[in-house]
Design a protein. Structure first.
Ligand code: PLP
Length: 417
């Protein structure tokens, strides 16, 4: 009998047969409160009626028209509509099907455009599992071990993980930013000279690296160095984008800082495989024709799902809801943590919330984090872990989550912890 690969490790034993809003149901119709959203993907909840309707309509008209052969209406309309939410100046889009593919597209563009070989990434980064994206990933050896050699030219600089640097080195948030920027300057002076450096790739909120937001001043510091040295600044918002953090893009918490390339996926199409890079047309033009592409890139049904997702986000004010419910969630979780010192830090922003588990001496405690996550699953609350040491339990409910569902999740979490 064939079976799924034994290396596929599931965080929960659930076999889902249907989903509705914040809930998944198994074959016995047991209901689970889903605070994982398929790893931050089903932004409008499971099977939002407007997304379902758009997908059904599109599937009956045209499923696939590969963009190197024919263009189609959903692709063109989506390109126009994304202009309403993208940072000014990023007026050119290229579509592929997954986050990793989009990261690879940004990597190819950066090397083509600058003619430089190296890329700087930051401690705790996760950019995907394809060989280029895995090379950019430092959120734990599990993503890289035994698959190398990976692509050369990747250099790692410090990320100002305020909680960890505060716990380990006693640094304030401000001092952590200074420490990280000095580390970057050192990398540029000693390992990867600006003339050799094509781009810096950064997540405005580390995702798999533990839900760690970049503190104020860090992205501005990167922007300043990128401008000074002619290095491209790439924001990977695959996990943090599309309203997840209570702003449309997480980098909008950093006043006025705009990337040269923005990478988006996950929440973009409510669960349909679609990703994109956005950049100024003059920059996008510097990729060699034919160097970018993917058979399923810009799939018509996925584009229709993305268009419906944009409508739902606007009409149901989901970015505002993410900010409001995110505050309610972090407030509730902080109350739980106050009575459970093993949860050493609770942090947002928005609906991208991490609970970091530590031992009394401040060292990471993955065993207790994983036990709490399992206990929550037993109570019907689905959660995931993340972090370099897998000691962070993350909560990423769909942006349609209600105050009652937040309160229910906090109550279940309190029991689990
Ligand atoms: N970049 C970030 C920030 C991510 O969080 C992820 C996935 O979790 C990826 C890239 C890779 O995306 P995918 O799994 O769709 O290839």
């Amino acid at each position: 009998m064939t079976q799924l690969s034994p290396v596929l490790k599931q965080a929960t034993p659930v076999v889902a047969v249907r989903g509705e809003g914040l809930h998944l149901f198994d074959a016995d119709d047991r209901r689970y409160l889903d605070f994982t959203s398929g790893v931050g993907v089903t932004s409008t909840g499971h099977c939002h009626p407007r997304v379902v309707e758009a997908v059904q309509r599109q599937a009956a008209r045209l499923v696939h028209g590969q963009y190197t052969t024919v263009l189609h209406e959903p692709l063109l309309t989506l390109t126009e509509r994304l202009g309403e939410v993208l940072p000014e100046g990023l007026d050119s889009l290229f579509y592929v099907a997954s986050g990793s593919e989009a990261v690879e597209a940004a990597l190819r563009l950066a090397r083509h455009a600058t003619g430089r070989p190296n890329v700087i990434v930051f401690d705790g980064s996760f950019h995907g599992r394809t060989m280029g994206a895995a090379a950019l990933t430092t959120a734990g050896t599990r993503f890289r071990a035994g698959i190398g050699p990976l692509i050369p030219g990747v250099v790692v600089a410090p990320f100002p993980a305020a909680f960890r640097l505060g716990t380990d080195l006693g640094l304030s948030e401000e001092a952590a930013v200074e420490y990280a920027l000095r580390g970057l300057d050192h990398v540029l002076a000693t390992v990867s000279a600006p003339a050799e450096t094509a781009a810096m790739f950064v997540e405005p909120v580390l995702g798999e690296g533990g839900y760690v937001p970049a503190p104020p001043g860090f992205l501005a510091g990167l922007r300043e160095r990128a401008d000074r040295h002619g290095i491209l600044l790439v924001f990977d918002e695959v996990q943090s984008g599309f309203g997840r953090t209570g702003r449309f893009w997480a980098h909008q918490y950093h006043d006025g800082v705009v990337p040269d390339v923005l990478v988006t996926a996950k929440g973009l199409a409510s669960g349909y495989p679609l990703s994109a890079i956005a950049a100024p047309t003059a920059l996008m033009r510097k990729a060699w024709p034919g160097s970018q592409g993917g058979t399923y890139g810009g799939n018509a049904v996925a584009c229709a799902a993305a268009l419906a997702t944009l409508d739902v986000i606007r009409d149901e004010r989901l970015v505002e809801n993410a900010a409001e419910q995110g505050r309610r969630l972090t407030d509730g979780l902080r109350k739980v943590a106050a009575g459970a010192p093993v949860v050493a830090d609770v942090r947002g922003p928005g609906l991208m919330v991490g609970n970091e588990f530590c031992r009394p001496d401040g060292t990471p405690d993955p065993a207790t984090a994983q036990r709490a996550q399992q206990a929550a699953a037993g109570l019907g609350l689905l959660l995931l872990t993340c972090g370099v040491h897998l000691n962070v339990v993350r909560m990423v409910p769909a942006l349609v989550v209600t105050a009652e569902q937040i309160d229910e999740a906090v109550a279940l979490w309190s029991k689990a912890v």
